[in-house]
Write a protein that binds this ligand. Structure first.
Ligand SMILES: [Fe+2]
Length: 208
């Protein structure tokens, strides 16, 4: 039934599978490298080396086209695609495909370290330290192609939109969302500290 699958479409499928295979290989090599960096323990120097590895993966933008990780079209702000997770839920790597304008309150990641790097688009990350039951801002940096952020297991950040371009970012966590412990989130206006579990907060699409 060649009329159902014209040549152009066959090539598109072929190209997509080739790309997915290339992406799987690159992801597997990156995760292996990151595990080596972190084998001696998660600390600032080792997680910074891990961040460099993840940035090298993100720099291969041809492996992460929007075609494979489309933006939401259902009113949601973002779509989250899982592209790697160890069998025990460790080293979970997500592609975040998001509309411009995303923002979060300060939060931790339930005891998990985290690294965020950009294939495309930029966002501002503010970093915090605990203080008197709430948090105090201790720094900020922009995540954009060539610049990422790493957070230790007790790290706290908030995310702020800085551009009107959509995002395609890679988020790597010591443990995937369903395996993370209870998170803390801080309301800076009221000083309230809120506990929450992420598990049912949003849908994760399996793109491994
Ligand atoms: Fe976060």
């Amino acid at each position: 039934m060649d009329t159902l699958f014209p040549d152009s479409y066959k090539h598109r499928i072929g190209g997509g599978m080739e790309r997915q295979n290339a992406r799987r290989k690159a992801v597997a090599a990156t995760i292996a490298e990151i595990k080596q960096h972190l084998a001696g323990g998660v600390a600032v120097p080792s997680i910074e080396r891990a961040k460099q590895s993840l940035m090298r993966l993100a720099a291969q933008a041809h492996l992460f086209p929007r075609e494979d990780f489309p933006l939401p079209e259902d009113g949601a702000m973002e779509r989250t695609f899982l592209i790697h997770e160890d069998e025990n839920g460790a080293n979970a790597l997500y592609v975040n495909s998001g509309l411009p304008g995303q923002a979060t309150r300060p939060h931790n990641h339930g005891g998990s370290w985290a690294i965020v790097v950009a294939v495309e688009g930029e966002e501002l990350h503010r970093l915090y330290v605990p203080e008197g039951g709430t948090v105090r801002q201790a720094g900020e940096l922009t995540v954009a192609p060539g610049a990422g952020v790493s957070l230790l297991p007790d790290g706290i950040h908030s995310i702020h939109a800085v551009s009107d371009r959509p995002l395609l970012h890679l988020h790597l966590y010591g443990m995937g969302f369903p395996h993370q412990g209870e998170r803390m989130e801080y309301d800076l206006e009221t000083g309230a500290a809120l506990r929450f579990k992420l598990e049912d907060a949003f849908e994760i699409e399996d793109a491994r």
